[in-house]
Design a protein around this ligand. Structure first.
Ligand code: SAH
Length: 218
């Protein structure tokens, strides 16, 4: 992939407008908005997308996968209701954009990708060296990271046909998981809140469209 790692005034201006767009769509969490305003989204895309990187749209990142729409990134990040310093497990690293937004919000991020090519691409992505609090893993997100858990938060950035039980187990009591659930073209965002006694409360939110969460590695 060819990247432009230069953040010009033009990029900054387009990014500010994008932040206004997602605010108008209902995002109010200042920590999320500030993090997204600080992260150059065009760095995470091939330079062919330089002109459109600040449109509120998903774009291809190779291997049939996509970088999530900025509104979706903001929506999931806001629902997580994080506190700086918390440990967050992300399933579906993809472009690493969501992981970097979470790191910018002051979180310790553990992120898993099942596509070897995307995982390797991120190893070559020099900008990520600025974020030592993100740990990248190649593997099957359905398994989570038992040796690194338990986590305060879990965020799934692919469409889960059902709730992965192992990831519930790796959530701390009082922890939360944000996950788009559904096997079809549309998924409903859910937030699961693990109680002190291990039971799980569930809240339902808006519909989104993600690429599928697949089992195994590739
Ligand atoms: N958070 C990403 C979104 C990428 S799209 C970003 O900001 O760009 C979803 C990603 O989830 C894809 O890269 C896909 O390969 C990955 N994925 C799907 N199923 C997975 C699984 N079981 N474990 C880990 N990653 C998975």
């Amino acid at each position: 992939m060819r990247r432009t790692l230069e953040d010009t005034y033009r990029h900054k201006g387009l990014r500010k407008k994008l932040i206004d767009v997602i605010k108008e769509k209902g995002i109010t969490d200042e920590t999320v908005l500030e993090a997204m305003n600080a992260i150059p989204r065009h760095f995470f895309l091939d330079s062919a997308f330089d002109d459109v990187a600040y449109e509120d749209r998903a774009f291809p990142i190779g291997e049939g996968q996509t970088i999530s729409q900025p509104y979706t990134v903001a929506y999931q990040s806001q629902l997580l209701e994080t506190v700086p310093g918390q440990k967050v497990l992300e399933i579906g690293t993809g472009s690493a954009y969501q992981a970097v937004v979470l790191a910018k919000m002051g979180l310790k991020v553990f992120t898993i990708e099942r596509q070897k090519k995307l995982f390797e691409e991120n190893k070559k992505f020099t900008y990520l060296k600025q974020f030592p609090f993100i740990k990248f893993f190649y593997g099957d997100g359905y398994q989570g990271l038992p040796t690194y858990g338990p986590f305060d938060r879990v965020i799934i950035t692919a469409a889960a046909p059902e709730i992965p039980q192992k990831l519930i187990e790796q959530l701390k009591p009082g922890g939360m998981m944000v996950i788009p659930v559904g096997a079809g073209n549309v998924q409903q965002m859910r937030r699961l809140h693990k109680q002190a006694d291990g039971t799980v409360n569930e809240e339902l939110f808006d519909n989104f469209s993600f690429v599928p969460m697949l089992a195994g590695k590739n």
